[in-house]
Write a protein that binds this ligand. Structure first.
Ligand SMILES: [Zn+2]
Length: 467
């Protein structure tokens, strides 16, 4: 068997029994996926996925970063090169290369997600290896030609109640429009991710500002016009179901500048070559402006800071962004968030959800902040920590100070569509295991644990993101 029915449950028999009982009641709950990066085109066009390699390997930076670290060239995995140079085009060859390296994923969440998918969707019982690579390829390839594996059929099979994609303000949302026109009942909403027009260091920032102006009919080279463009675009995104914004800044820094200082800073970043200090200050101030707009329009504000993007210079030049070369860095929240919290931390109608890639900040900074400020909530274990041990550490380091109700359930944050049920299942199991231990150490009654398991799997995400 590829997956065991007791996976991730406590080793101790009495605790395992409680975890099983908790899990049995929540395992089939619908999936709320309030933050992620699936392609809205899939739901709009409902076309078959092309082949196993294009579905599982080529778009998944978890997979190719590991293969790359062990000497496999990205060209040999079919990753397009910016200068148009030669890359592997044969999906079966890519799949065989991936299968030959499957042992590299031992002990990683990638392997747990893949095994879950291979087992539950395609009925495999044997571990993927070079020996069975072709048998795997053929069975998956055949399944992908059937109506049950079309994106919308999978959406229903996965019991997705709502899923958010993530788009730039420059995106016309045409796939969301197609979904709406189609009459299909699946709930796919967008989320507002304005980094391309908020981060002066983003590629093409000034051209992006010009385009932002054309789209919104605002003068995006004046400070007030620029803010107005955001207001209009946020309203447009809300028409397509958006309930949240998302900000992927290098740090969590916020600022609260006077109107005059903000205007002068905007003039500099929009017209001159930008200094790193100005870029950082502008991003910082824009988080506070975004919070001000959220107070007006009710959109939930997510901050995903602390990723050093495109760390590998050579890879970035050759392949572009999102190539598995993003590395976590140390992140300060206590000082960084203060300007924003000074202004909006006590707002009863504002929700700011903070994530971290710096686990040392959980107990020292984030849990105390979220356990105090009404506007602040903690996002779940993210990215490198979206894994059983990462989730367990998250609960252990935050619960005693922030409780469960200042957290927001699970986000799969994925572009790997088929892994969504597997990822939610891991979160549900780890939370049940954590709750079982609280029950067995007499810190929680079992009836409360049942309620909590439901809240963590379903209700908190739905409520925090207003879905
Ligand atoms: Zn994300």
């Amino acid at each position: 068997m590829l997956i065991h029915s007791d996976r991730l449950f406590p080793v101790e028999p009495a605790a395992r029994e409680v975890a099983r009982r908790l899990y049995a009641e929540i395992k089939d709950l619908p999936i709320i996926s309030p933050h992620g990066h699936t392609d809205p085109r899939w739901y709009a066009e409902n076309e078959p996925f092309p082949d196993p390699a294009t579905l599982f390997v080529v778009p998944d930076h978890y997979i190719f970063r590991m293969l790359y670290s062990q000497g496999v060239r990205l060209e040999d995995l079919g990753i397009p090169v910016k200068d148009g140079g030669a890359v592997e085009r044969d999906p079966r060859a890519i799949w065989r290369r991936f299968a030959a390296h499957y042992h590299l994923f031992r002990g990683t969440p990638t392997r747990a997600w893949l095994n879950h998918t291979f087992s539950t969707l395609f009925g495999f019982t044997e571990r993927l290896s070079s020996a069975n690579a072709d048998a795997y390829y053929d069975r998956i390839n055949e399944a992908l030609r059937t109506p049950e594996f079309l994106p919308r059929a999978l959406f229903e099979r996965f019991r997705i109640e709502a899923i958010a994609t993530t788009e730039s303000p420059l995106d016309p949302l045409k796939h969301h429009e197609t979904i709406r026109q189609s009459g299909w009942k699946g709930r796919v909403v967008t989320a507002y991710r304005p980094d391309p027009v908020v981060d002066p260091e983003f590629e093409g920032f000034r051209q992006n500002l010009a385009r932002f102006g054309e789209i919104t009919g605002s003068d995006t080279f004046s400070w007030n016009g620029y803010l107005e463009a955001h207001r209009r675009r946020r309203a447009f995104f809300r028409e397509y179901g958006a309930t949240s914004t998302d900000h992927g800044h290098p740090t969590a820094r916020t600022a609260n500048l006077s109107q005059g200082d903000a205007e002068a800073l905007f003039r500099r970043v929009s017209t001159e070559s930008v200094s790193p200090e100005d870029a950082e200050l502008f991003r910082a101030h824009m988080l506070t402006e975004m919070a001000a707009m959220s107070v007006e329009d009710g959109m939930v504000l997510q901050i995903h800071p602390g990723s050093f993007r495109n760390h590998n210079e050579l890879l970035f030049r050759r392949f572009g962004r999102d190539m598995g070369a993003d590395i976590p860095s140390q992140t300060d929240y206590v000082h960084a968030l203060k300007p924003l919290l000074d202004r909006f931390g006590n707002e009863p109608n504002l929700t700011i959800i903070v994530f971290t890639l710096d686990e040392t900040s959980y107990s020292r900074e984030l849990a105390p902040l979220a356990g105090h400020y009404p506007a602040l909530k903690l996002g779940p274990a993210w990215w490198f920590f979206d894994a059983p041990e990462g989730m367990r550490r998250f609960r252990e380091l935050t619960t005693e100070t922030a409780g469960f109700y200042n957290t927001v359930g699970f986000n799969d944050d994925t572009r790997a569509y088929l892994s969504i049920p597997a990822r939610h299942d891991v979160a549900r199991r780890v939370d049940c295991a954590y709750l079982a231990n609280l029950v067995l150490t007499h810190r929680l009654e079992e009836d409360e644990a049942h309620e909590m398991a439901y809240d963590l799997a379903y209700r908190l995400a739905k409520e925090a993101y207003k879905l």
